[in-house]
Design a protein around this ligand. Sequence first.
Ligand code: FES
Ligand SMILES: [Fe+2]
Length: 435
Amino acid sequence: MNANDNRRLTDVSAGTPMHQLFKRYWIPAGLVSDLPTPDCDPIRIRLLGQNYVAFRDSEGRVGVLDELCPHRRASLMLGQVRGGTIECIYHGWRFRTDGSIAAMPNCDDAGMLRRYHANAYPVREAGGLLWVYLGPSESEPEFPRHRWMDVPDSNRHPRIVATRSNFVQVMEGLLDTTHLAVLHQDSLPRADGTVKVVNNVVRPANRFSNVSTSSKVPRVEVLETGFGLYSAALREAERDGQALKDVRITAYVAPSTIYVANGNVTLYSIPVDTETTYLYIIYGDPEKPLAEEPYLAYVERGTGTEPEVAARWGFSRETLGCPGAISIENRWGQDREKMRRGESYSGLHPFSMEDAACTSSMGPVSDRQELLVPADLAIVRMRRYLLEAADAVARGAPAPAFDSLQHAYRVAAIYAEIEPSADWRELAKGETTAA
Ligand code: FES
Ligand SMILES: [Fe+2]
């Protein structure tokens, strides 16, 4: 990829096409639990290279305002939340969640009180996440609900992995189907169906084991849609002596959502700034209480997303970039001894930390001077889709979107075994047709 396209693809700072594209969507801004109670401490939110303050007022309503007070630019993060407002500690101006001003103690001009306001942004709480819309009000889309938001809280498990890498890099890793059988080989059930114990979690083989750990090169095909892409990894399979085609379809939803893997995980790659990404990993299952044992062991310890591990490895929101966190300088705690003894392939903590270490090791923004192969097709097509979407918005055209809210609700990764001559696109079309 040439340097100019690479910059247009990755730069999310104010004024860039990618910044504008993201501002056409509702995006995750943190966890609901970051603001646990009315009048709790306000928090800083950084998105697309800009800072905001979020607070929960006495009624439980969440407000998101520009971080700096519109009076003389002190940070509202230092403010007091009480009486239905956030109060700036510099001169005591008090702001409601809609940005209107309740008090300006150093000004007795009632006209100014009415005229002045802070920039406030629409907020939603859904699926355990805080969502904001940062774009122009005339372009605000309806809030899309997804299936995973409607499962009981006990069946949902949101985690955030913070990395010093650009958001595109993180997404590419999620679309990169052939690294699974290599980088993550310690954690996956083997192709012969044997069970392996990893990270103290017994992971039984399942019907996808052969596919995900197969060393066979998959054929990758892509279907472009109005909202993003479906990418299919196709492998020859066999069941009871009958030849079949094994189909593993990942959905990419613009600008940066991926529905992947075992069908119950949704991932949002959210640009904090050009060089920092929060990857929201949300497990949700209609039947199983994934946030409770024994399921928690599968989804958390089995994928290496335990909060204490991410913190120790420097991939949590609190420890990212902190001095002393494990980093490239010490190979993220890679156990070279275990590698030498053949006990571990990557020498890294399973899954999320393996991904985070590889993605971060490219540098915050990869130069994309790559030698690509046909199996990398989904990555190439996603980049092109994103660039075209950003260009469209820059021209004043609409951003990619679902054709209905029902469709946004339904979208999912798809797994199937089909006749060798059947077309996988028929499966995806079932999903792309409006309900
Ligand atoms: S800077 Fe906030 S009230 Fe003056
Ligand atoms: Fe991975």
